[in-house]
Structures are given as C-alpha cells and as structure tokens.
Design a protein around this ligand. Structure first.
Ligand code: NI
Length: 250
C-alpha cells in the first residue's frame, strides 16, 4: 500500500490494522558521470515499493527526497538541506504521522551523508517528550538499504573491485533495473576514482573532479540491480513485518 496512491479513508482503515509506516529517504545529488541525480532516493523508494507489492500489510509513505548533501553542491543539479533545516523538516513529518496514530516510523535511507542528521532529528523528537516526562509513544528506526540482510555481501560478490563509497556500481545498478531508459554512458578516468575525506563542496570537487569516490560505476548492469532489489525488498518486508508484530498492534 502506498500512501500517496491512497485516500484518507483507506489510511484511516489501515491505521486500525497497523501503526507502522515505511518512509524512503535519500538525497538529490550528483552521482558521477553516469549516476542519476536521484540515485540516493530512487534506491530506497524502489526497494520499499517492491516490498509493499509482495507484502500487502506494508504501508509506504512519500519519499523524503532532498537530504544533507552540502559536499556535493559543487556539481549542478544537487539540492541540499542544511542539517538544521532537515532536522526541522523531519520533526514535522514525524509529528504529522504521529498525530494520526502512526507509532513505528521506519526510515529506509539511501544516502550515507544523511545518517548523522537523521539520528540528530530522532534525538530532538525523543527529547521533546523526555523534557516534559511524557512517553513519546514513538519508535523511530533508521535503516540503510545496503545494510539489509545479505545486501552488502551480494554487492561485494558482484563488484569485488571498485565498489567505492560514492557513485557505487550497486546503487547505479538498482536505478538501471527500474529506469532502463535513463541508463547513461560516459567515460570514467581513472577507471577507479580516488578516495578522500568529506569536507566542503569546493574541497570535494577538487579531490573528486568527476564526482565519484573510489568507485568504478561502469560495472553496473540492470541484472545486478534486479538481484539487489529482490534481496533488499525481501529483507525489508521481513523486518517491517517483525516490527509491526513486536507489541501486538504494529
Ligand atoms: Ni549514493
């Protein structure tokens, strides 16, 4: 079930069955010469939508598709929220969902750079309840799609060299499987990109002139992507079902 393809009476009825929702979350940022700008939100969205298609009880909310990507702002098309802005936006998303009764909010993340900010947002949300000695009544979960069971191991088997840490062949393969008309071809020199620290946008572009970090994305194929999507969606469905069942009403 997908929230934005449902009506409010359908969501009201769903809330009588389950208090759990999955929110794909990512970033709109450069992904090297061949990676789509939407890669980091497309991947969790693709996986969450696949999971709900095979598992009728899972509700997926709209994708939070702009993240904390300040270090990619040296490349056109990147759109970033400051950490402070993103924390405020996440507080309002969660407050809106909890107002209607959602209690377990599972964020499926596609961008490593979001992790500290999402964790800070969770702390802010819990702190609001703690200072007034109320129960937040919420369980907030952050899960990176590549850390779903078996997914990292599969990506290592698929791409033993040049996987890297940005514009990786695994994430690009996931987008290729679902958006074959948007597969891009470009040269990548050197074949495996340099690695380095993450600082500001000017520094990032100087160290990583084409946007890649340690990766050779030309290895990606739609077939690799389909394997990753199937495994990740299966793991996600199992985790969300366990979460929903954990204390009686999910
Ligand atoms: Ni990415």
């Amino acid at each position: 079930m997908i929230l934005h393809l449902s009506t409010w009476p359908e969501i009201e009825a769903q809330l009588r069955r389950s208090r759990t929702i999955v929110i794909p979350i990512g970033s709109t940022e450069q992904h090297g010469p061949t990676g789509l700008l939407g890669t980091d939100w497309l991947c969790p969205e693709i996986i969450a939508h696949r999971a709900q298609a095979s598992c009728a009880g899972i509700l997926v909310g709209p994708t939070f598709n702009i993240g904390m990507a300040q270090h990619h702002l040296g490349f056109p098309g990147t759109i970033s929220l400051r950490p402070s802005t993103m924390i405020l936006a996440l507080r309002d998303w969660v407050a809106s969902l909890s107002l209607h009764g959602f209690e377990k909010i599972y964020f499926l993340n596609g961008h490593g750079g979001n992790i500290p900010t999402i964790e800070a947002a969770f702390s802010e949300i819990y702190a609001e309840a703690s200072y007034v000695r109320h129960r937040a009544g919420l369980a907030l979960i952050l899960r990176n799609w590549w850390q779903l069971p078996g997914v990292e191991a599969l990506a290592r088997r698929q791409f033993p060299r040049g996987h890297g840490s940005h514009a990786e062949p695994s994430e690009i393969a996931v987008t290729q499987a679902v958006y074959p008309d948007s597969i891009k071809i470009a040269e990548c020199k050197p074949r495996i990109a340099p690695t380095g620290p993450i600082r500001d946008a000017v520094d990032f572009r100087a160290r990583h002139p084409d946007g890649r970090m340690g990766s050779n994305p030309l290895q990606a194929t739609a077939g690799h992507g389909e394997e990753l999507i199937a495994l990740a969606a299966e793991g996600l469905a199992a985790e969300v079902e366990r979460l929903a069942a954990a204390t009686g009403r999910g």
